[in-house]
Design a protein around this ligand. Structure first.
Ligand code: CU
Length: 194
């Protein structure tokens, strides 16, 4: 029993750490290795809310300092193997350089969040769908026969029915009512019989 508890405890303790580690890796998303005295890639495009992680692979120290942009990038001096992350919350173009080696220059372009590409088509479709039903509602029976323009005789023959269209419908309704009444009478009669 104790072994089981310990196992569960370790499982609970271990899984969040593993998940957090995986989540941090996924959240960081973009990586800019610094090697050979250069940021790679020198021109990176990300979206608002995304993070960029710089990692120094050179023996020489480097850092990340912005010279222009909506927000300030200012990393500590990174020794070999050290990383620094920054999450971009403002769109725009960020130019940055290394204060130790000012010739090292690079750029991060931050695009606004992607949300506006799909709605327009979706908005256009509903009006068309709404416009069609009324046309069908006004003349569903007449609209269909008239479209068969190949046979004028049929159209003429088809035209009268709408005028007398009420009679067949009334006949049908009466028939249904009669059958229903008959059935109800039958159902009602059986319990009395038995
Ligand atoms: Cu440097």
């Amino acid at each position: 029993m104790r072994v089981l508890l310990v196992a569960v405890f370790l499982l609970v303790l271990g899984s969040p750490a593993a998940a957090a580690g995986a989540g941090a890796g996924a959240a960081q998303g973009h990586h800019v290795p610094i090697s050979q005295y250069a940021y790679q890639p020198g021109d990176l495009t990300v979206r608002v809310g995304e993070a960029v992680t710089w990692t120094n692979h050179d023996q020489a120290p480097h850092d990340v300092l912005s010279s222009a942009g909506p927000a300030v990038l200012r990393s500590p001096l990174l020794s070999q193997g050290q990383s620094w992350s920054f999450t971009f919350t403002l769109p725009g173009t960020y130019d940055y350089y290394c204060s130790v080696h000012p010739d090292m220059r690079a750029r991060v372009t931050v695009l606004p969040e992607e949300t506006t590409t799909t709605p327009p088509p979706a908005v256009d479709q509903p009006p068309a769908a709404v416009a069609v039903p009324p046309a069908h509602d006004t003349a569903p029976a007449t609209a269909v026969p008239t479209t068969t323009s190949a046979a004028p005789v049929q159209v003429v023959a088809a035209a009268p029915p709408p005028a007398n269209g009420l009679e067949p419908m009334l006949l049908l309704a009466g028939l249904v009512a009669a059958v229903t009444t008959f059935c109800l009478l039958l159902i009602g009669a059986r319990p009395e019989g038995r």
